[in-house]
Design a protein around this ligand. Structure first.
Ligand code: AHR
Length: 506
């Protein structure tokens, strides 16, 4: 008996979800573990440039075409004094870093990170400390970074060798302020008021910025929903986005249930949109608030090792998840979830970029390589630019421990009007066999398959390591055929798939 499952999809040129904001493919670099020190920055490494940035890492970041990178945290930002990281390096203090219980050397600060971002062709999404600090320090930081000159702090930046302002456009008003683990955690009322007043002051310094208010640090937080409603009640007219964070893990080694977790992400996004629209209605506002899913990923492999870590060392290996093939499948589904609501999710950051729960891993003094999750992220970032089409899908389904009616097919299509290309992203959640996939394309005549990429492995626990960096990697080829507007393809067992279509002769 065949173990294959079946799914169909219809896409239509005129049925559109919305335009993909390229910042949907953002990432995140926190002063945590070996993300900065030993990750992007390692003076003395054979590939380090004059400033100490690893060129091998930069090359991999460029492959991902990351449009924006959140910095400097994360939990780190809630105890950070940005002034420690500017000016002459030899005068910068070593501090106890209380979020992750390490020593922060401050050898990289905001100016160096701005330099790195330029080399990586990316923007900076800057966060201010609303944990141990407040309005005044946020005002100072934005004056230092964005004001052209002629004031104390903008001139201080110039004296540090940065004549031109950094002009960071997107700013986060703190990080996960609802979390009891956060330094300076707050109630929704306390944070809402502080975020409102900080937003006013920051926009007074630079009215061109966009601000992100902290939403809940997870769907399962006991304050979820009420937190968003209260915070937005205060900040709705002053901010541009509300944040969402989520991490998943296969702790029970129940892969069908693990792969279904992106359904929870869909639900999370739907709920936060509903709350934003509730506040909009309540305020009779003309403005529609968008979402910044600025932390998302798989995070669980490293939990045990981290719980045994001795405190107060410099850049220890923290949160170093080694990702499997099945993690790449869930990451693929999470990207599809983000695209599915590209009309409202305008920014998102895979957390994080290098070494810390990251698509890129490095050895100190040694190699840099791509983890399994690198590939779905890269494919979405490179090919998923354009307009998301609203798919009508029908798929065989299964029930798992926490989810019912889980479709074996998870898929979305993005139409790039400029290049006249359509890219279909698809995850086959069937762990026993293939997925017979049929897709009708309406309103797209004279199209052909230009590439079929798929990634799978007989062992869903397979990983990439320094010794075997290409153990799990995508391959081009497959049996996808487009005849009379109907695409047929067999998606292999437990696979991530990218099918690229273009106008004939283009
Ligand atoms: O990305 C790792 C951590 O996860 C971040 O510092 C924090 O914001 C979240 O809890």
């Amino acid at each position: 008996m065949s173990t294959n499952k079946k799914a169909t999809m219809i896409i239509d040129r005129d049925f559109r979800v919305g335009e993909v904001d390229p910042r949907l493919y953002g990432s995140f670099v926190e002063h945590l573990g070996r993300a900065v020190y030993g990750g992007i920055y390692e003076p003395g490494h054979p590939t380090a440039n004059a400033q100490g940035f690893r060129e091998d890492v930069l090359a991999l970041v460029k492959e991902l075409q990351v449009p924006i990178v959140r910095y400097p945290g994360g939990n780190f930002v809630s105890g950070y004094d940005w002034e420690d990281g500017v000016g002459p390096r030899e005068e910068r203090p070593r501090r106890l870093e209380l979020a992750w219980r390490t020593i922060e050397t401050n050898q990289v600060g905001v100016n160096e990170f701005a330099d790195w971002a330029k080399l990586a062709n990316t923007e900076v999404m800057m966060a201010v400390n609303l944990g141990t600090r407040g309005i005044n320090e946020a005002r100072d930081l934005i004056e230092y970074c964005n004001h052209p000159g002629g004031s104390y702090l903008s001139d201080l930046r110039k004296s540090h060798g940065y004549e031109e302002p950094h002009n960071f456009k997107v700013w986060c008003l703190g990080n996960e302020m609802d979390g009891p683990w956060q330094l300076g955690a707050k109630t929704a009322e306390e944070y809402g008021r502080l975020a409102e007043e900080t937003a006013k002051v920051m926009k007074a310094v630079d009215p061109s910025i966009e601000l992100v208010a902290c939403g809940s640090s997870g769907l399962l937080m006991p304050t979820f929903a009420e937190w968003e409603a209260t915070v937005l009640d205060h900040t709705y007219e002053y901010v541009d986005y509300v944040s969402l964070h989520t991490y998943y893990g296969n702790r029970d080694n129940d892969t069908p249930n693990y792969l279904a977790q992106s359904l929870g992400m869909d639900e999370f996004i739907k709920s936060v949109i509903a709350i934003c629209d509730y506040v909009k209605a309540k305020k009779q506002s003309k403005k529609t608030l968008n979402l910044s899913f600025d932390e998302w990923n798989v995070w669980f492999h490293s939990n045990e090792a981290d719980s045994k870590m001795e405190p107060w060392s410099i850049a220890p290996p923290q949160l170093e998840d080694i990702y499997t093939m099945e993690d790449a499948l869930l990451v693929g589904s999470m990207l599809i979830s983000l695209l599915r609501r590209a009309d409202r999710v305008k920014m998102a950051c895979m957390a994080q970029l290098v070494n810390v729960i990251a698509p890129i891993m490095t050895e100190t003094g040694g190699a840099a390589w791509r983890q399994t999750i690198f590939y779905p992220y890269m494919h979405a970032s490179v090919f998923g630019r354009g307009v998301v089409l609203n798919p009508l899908t029908k798929s065989d389904q299964y029930d798992s421990k926490d989810y019912t009616d889980v479709p074996y097919l998870d898929s979305i299509a993005v139409y790039n009007e400029e290049s006249e290309e359509i890219t279909i992203f698809a995850v086959n959640r069937n762990l026993e066999g293939g997925l017979e996939f049929e897709c009708s394309l309406r309103g797209f005549s004279d199209y052909e398959v230009i590439e079929q990429i798929s990634m799978s492995n007989e062992d869903v626990k397979a990983t990439n390591t320094a010794l075997k960096p290409n153990n799990v990697a995508p391959r081009s080829g497959g049996n996808a055929k487009l005849v009379d507007g109907t695409l047929n393809a067999l998606l292999s067992k437990a696979s991530w798939n990218v099918i690229r279509l273009a106008k004939v002769g283009k």
